[in-house]
Design a protein around this ligand. Sequence first.
Ligand SMILES: O=C(O)CCC(=O)C(=O)O
Ligand SMILES: [Fe+2]
Length: 252
Amino acid sequence: MLKSPHLEKSDIDHFQECGFVALKNGFSPADAKAIQDWATELAARPEAPGAHWVYHEESQLETGVQLINRIENMTPYHAGLAELADVLIPGVGQLLGEDAVLFKDKINFKMPGGDGFEPHQDSQAGWEAYADYFINVMVCIDAATLENGCLQLARRDGTELVGREWEPLSEAQTAAMNFEPYPTDPGDVIYFDSYAPHMSAPNSSPNIRRLYFATYNKKSEGDHLASYYVDKRQSYPPDIERQAGKSYVYRV
Ligand SMILES: O=C(O)CCC(=O)C(=O)O
Ligand SMILES: [Fe+2]
């Protein structure tokens, strides 16, 4: 059984001021190893329609080479990863000041040659159709460094969308933001809300960089996981479920 990370008052204060807080060793080394093994095991499973969702990307280093980019919608298919999404709920509840419910979960793989992420706020990805406010919990699976593209965060001024929906933040919008890299080790945890601007660089190292992200909203705003995935299956299905000849574009 995984042990839930606990936030101190100073962590909660930091989160409220900046929109994010980083927690060293949120999970013990043994728990971090279990999470790492689950991620490896899930990625080794065959891809099938109706199972966990796997997305690929083309390597930035070798034309034509496909890499696993992301696995999403894991809780129905993996007991360990379902437990992980569950044990993060109390910490999110501490930050929300009320009960939290899971909205979505994923692992971003960022293999060597995997691409980075443009600066964005997660609420730009159409989430506001489901609830007003979300908290992401990042759990570090592999050491994330400057070279392999660790998460970079900027403090936010208020809880509002700076950017437009479905577009990364523009240069004008990020000009006054100060993105700082947050290198992490396995078991470290970062909480950030759906307005906290963030980005990450491509993986130009020989080392894989897997980061787990679970997203929660206030229980009082409803349980939207099922409808979110029904909608996303229409607009951006996993690679194995795609129709030939149809084009699907990753936007934010
Ligand atoms: O994996 C990362 O570096 C950031 C991912 C991210 O921002 C996202 O998936 O929305
Ligand atoms: Fe994001």
